[in-house]
Ligand binder design. Structure first.
Ligand code: FES
Length: 107
């Protein structure tokens, strides 16, 4: 599956990753700056905040309860429609590709 990260400063990183990989894990292993993933993917830190491009929103699972709470604690303000935790979105299956904007800051 393919993940494209659009940085706030206009840079773009595209990664090909194995199905079942989370956006957070892909970014951290792939050396994409702009995602921290401090809690290791447990929906407990909100440093993996991403803003999903509109075209992909319908393919995502609903926001989980823990995720919803953490999204209220993001360093960059939450977007009601597009904000998700990168650790809670796994690519593959119906989500063969996704494009996300990285927020200005995670901390
Ligand atoms: Fe901590 Fe996603 S890595 S909430």
């Amino acid at each position: 599956a393919t993940i494209r990260f659009d940085h706030a400063d206009g840079r773009t990183d595209t990664l090909d990753v194995a199905d079942g990989t989370s956006i957070m894990r892909a970014a951290v292993s792939g050396g994409v700056d702009g995602i921290v993933g401090e809690c290791g993917g447990q929906a407990m830190c909100a440093t993996c905040h991403v803003l999903v491009h509109d075209d992909y929103l319908e393919h995502l699972p609903p926001v989980g309860e823990d995720e919803d709470e953490m999204l209220d604690c993001t360093a960059t303000e939450r977007d009601p429609a597009r904000s998700r935790l990168g650790c809670q979105i796994v690519v593959g299956g119906r989500l063969e590709e996704i494009v996300v904007d990285l927020p200005d800051t995670q901390v």
